[in-house]
Each structure stands twice: as structure tokens, then as C-alpha cells.
Design a protein around this ligand. Structure first.
Ligand SMILES: NC(=O)c1ccc[n+]([C@@H]2O[C@H](COP(=O)([O-])OP(=O)(O)OC[C@H]3O[C@@H](n4cnc5c(N)ncnc54)[C@H](OP(=O)(O)O)[C@@H]3O)[C@@H](O)[C@H]2O)c1
Length: 351
């Protein structure tokens, strides 16, 4: 672990991607990181600004991922399957690896057999720490391999964790049905036909009605077996989870406020938004777009013995690059909020 004021060198593998671009934006403004390298196979030699127009001022060119610079911390933002094949090599060039893909986020190889196509480097799974500080802060200090969470799982778990802590939900307690609406950037810069503008525009499209892989993460880290459905909607950024919770016993509004305040009042990036006045009375992806903040809120539907929980994040920030930098801050002993303490924009169009 390092002292809070030290500066470390950082590399980003997959720097042309959406999550990689957000990593570069965050690291460029971070007081404790100097970016040493950003890689791309397709844009080698080009400036970062030529791919990410918001970073046009950055004095950095993409280089080949085969030619890794030696850095203190390597952030990897590549498609599933790349990091698990390269992890030995990554640790030859860096002391700490923060991987944003799904490659190390599940704790056991058997889960990769069940939900993915197995695992090439299962010996690293025990070493990996799940990135989300709100769930795993105590295990992050000194971690050498940090595994970023899935954005839909992150939104869902942030919404439900207070109810698990309070005993309202557990492996044998209560039922949960989750519906996540997510923006097109979740599909990455490569996109695909389903994410092309004419196909995506105007949709509310169920794209993973059942068996979404993020269910595995929610089971592993919250101990909950949830009924989970994801819709692709027209936003560019954002994941909004609506969780219909059916507790086994009676729950009051006071119990719920106690649970959510207890879980999040000390959290630097969590905001409670529940009822109140104005237009934005519940968690709203627009309100956190571009930031590392997460919003949660709830409503008690006593006549149906239901609690409705709302949770909103930016999928590329709290759901990916922001979460990764937050976790790295905790792991490396930096100020926890370093490089992440900025608010979003308002008003703004579809983020
Ligand atoms: N987008 C999100 O909202 C989000 C949220 C949570 C987690 N994640 C995860 O973060 C990772 C990146 O997602 P993304 O949306 O940023 O994807 P993306 O936009 O498609 O970017 C992928 C990046 O990886 C590089 N790349 C691809 N294959 C590679 C290889 N074999 N070796 C080295 N570099 C390679 C690509 O650049 P070149 O082809 O030029 O090398 C590109 O820079 C994924 O695993 C994703 O699941 C994404």
C-alpha cells in the first residue's frame, strides 16, 4: 500500500473502448496517477483525442498491447476472455491489475463453467477482490487483483444491499423481481446491429428476459437468488434497476429508512432519493450521468406487501470505470474519493 500523496504510473488496456475512455478521463484528472500507456490494436499511433473527442487535450498516443510498459497499476477494459488469457503477462509489467471485464468477478471456477465458457486462469480467482467498495471495502486495501462488477449487477446490488443488511432479504427470506433498463453504451464501442442508432432509437427492448449472467454475481455477493430481466432503452448512459421486493414479514417505512440510512449515510458516493418534491423524486440515471454517484430510493406498497426499490447509476462510471478507480483508491491507500468528486450536468439531453 502507498502513502496517500504518492503518484503512481497507470496503464489502460483497451483504451479506445467506452470503459477505457472513461478510465482515461478519470486517470487524467486524478491527483495520484500519471498515465504511462493506453493501448489499442486498431488505433496504434493515433492520439487519444482522435478517438475520444472529450480528451482532445491529452498528450498521449495509443500503443500496441503486445508492447506493455512497466507501470504500477494496470487497468484492463477489454472484452470478456482477454484478461484471463493475459493475466500472467499483466503481472509481469504491473504490481496491481484492475480488470473491468467479467474475467475475475466471480469467486469460483464452477460459476464460470455454469454462466460463461469456463475459465483459463482459475488460480487467480482466489486472489481477486470484487471492486465495489460499498460491498467489499474491507477486503480491498492491499489487493493486487481487483475485479470490476457488472453494471446491471452493481445497480441491483446497491439497491438491495440495505435490505440484506437489515435482514429483510436473505437466501431463504423474501422474494425479489428485478427489472433493469440500460443504455446503449453497455454494449461497448463495437456495438453491433442491436445497438446501431436506427435499431436502438425509441426502443424499450427486453434483451435478457431470463438467465442474465449478472444473476451469478448477485448470488455470489449478496447471497440472493433474484428473478432478473434487462431491457435495452434509448439512453446512451445509465442503468436503472427497479426491484420488486416481497418480504416474508411486515416492514414499515421507518424500518426501510433505517436500513437505507444505516447502509449509506457514510458512503461518499451514495445518495438517497426517495419521494420528496420536484420532478426527480426517485433515482434517475440522468442525475448521475458522467459521475461515480449511485442513487437509491424506495416506496412501500403496503396493500400489496411489496417494497419497490429504485437504483440508478452511470453504467460506465459507478458501473465500471468509476467503480474501478474508487476501488483502486481504497486498495492503494489514496484518498477514497480522489479523482471522482465531481457532480453531473443539469439540464442535459439523453446522457
Ligand atoms: N460498457 C459498459 O457499460 C461496461 C460496464 C461494466 C463493465 N464493462 C466491461 O468492460 C470491458 C470493456 O467494455 P467496453 O464497453 O469498453 O468495450 P469496448 O468499447 O468494445 O472496448 C473494448 C476495448 O478492448 C480492446 N480490445 C479488444 N480485444 C482486445 C484484445 N484481444 N487485446 C487487447 N485489447 C483488445 C479494443 O480496442 P482495440 O480493438 O483497438 O485493441 C477496445 O479498446 C468489457 O469486458 C465489459 O464487459 C463494460
Amino acid at each position: 500500500m502507498t502513502a496517500g500523496g504518492e503518484t503512481l504510473t497507470a496503464g489502460v488496456i483497451g483504451g479506445t473502448g467506452f470503459a477505457g475512455g472513461e478510465l482515461l478521463r478519470l486517470l487524467a484528472g486524478h491527483p495520484n496517477f500519471d498515465i504511462e500507456q493506453a493501448t489499442s490494436r486498431s488505433a496504434g499511433g493515433k492520439t487519444v483525442g482522435s478517438v475520444h473527442p472529450n480528451l482532445r487535450g491529452l498528450d498521449l498516443r495509443f500503443s500496441d498491447p503486445e508492447d506493455l510498459a512497466s507501470v504500477d497499476v494496470l487497468f484492463t477494459a477489454t472484452p470478456h476472455g482477454v484478461s484471463m488469457g493475459q493475466i500472467d503477462r499483466y503481472f509481469e509489467s504491473a504490481d496491481t491489475v484492475v480488470d473491468l471485464s467479467a474475467d475475475f468477478r466471480l469467486p469460483e471456477a464452477a460459476l464460470y463453467d455454469e454462466w460463461y465458457e469456463g475459465h483459463d486462469a482459475p488460480e487467480y480467482l482466489e486472489k481477486a477482490e470484487y471492486a465495489l467498495p460499498e460491498l467489499n471495502r474491507e477486503n480491498l486495501p492491499g489487493a493486487e487483483l481487483i475485479a470490476g462488477g457488472g453494471c446491471n449487477a452493481t445497480a441491483t446490488m446497491l439497491g438491495l444491499k440495505p435490505l440484506v443488511d437489515a435482514g429483510v432479504l436473505g437466501p431463504d427470506t423474501g422474494e425479489v423481481v428485478v427489472d433493469v433498463k440500460v443504455g446503449s453504451s453497455e454494449g461497448g464501442a463495437g456495438g453491433g446491429a442491436a445497438s446501431s442508432h436506427p435499431e436502438r432509437s425509441g426502443v424499450v427492448r427486453p434483451y435478457a428476459p431470463i438467465s442474465h449472467r449478472h444473476e451469478a454475481e448477485i448470488g455470489a455477493y449478496l447471497g440472493l437468488d433474484v428473478s432478473f430481466t434487462v431491457h435495452a432503452v434509448e439512453m446512451v448512459r445509465g442503468a436503472s434497476a427497479t426491484c420488486h421486493v416481497f418480504p416474508d414479514g411486515p416492514v414499515s417505512k421507518g424500518d426501510l429508512w433505517g436500513a437505507y440510512r444505516g447502509a449509506y449515510e457514510e458512503e461518499p458516493f451514495m445518495r438517497m432519493v426517495s419521494g420528496g418534491g420536484g420532478v426527480y423524486r426517485y433515482p434517475e440515471p440522468k442525475a448521475v450521468a458522467g459521475t461515480n454517484y449511485g442513487e437509491v430510493g424506495f416506496e412501500l406498497d403496503a396493500s400489496n406487501e411489496r417494497v419497490v426499490v429504485f437504483s440508478a447509476i452511470d453504467n460506465m462510471m459507478k458501473g465500471s470505470a468509476g467503480q474501478a478507480v474508487h476501488a483502486a483508491n481504497v486498495a492503494l491507500g489514496f484518498e477514497e474519493t480522489a479523482g471522482l468528486e465531481f457532480q453531473g450536468l443539469h439540464p442535459v439531453g439523453s446522457p
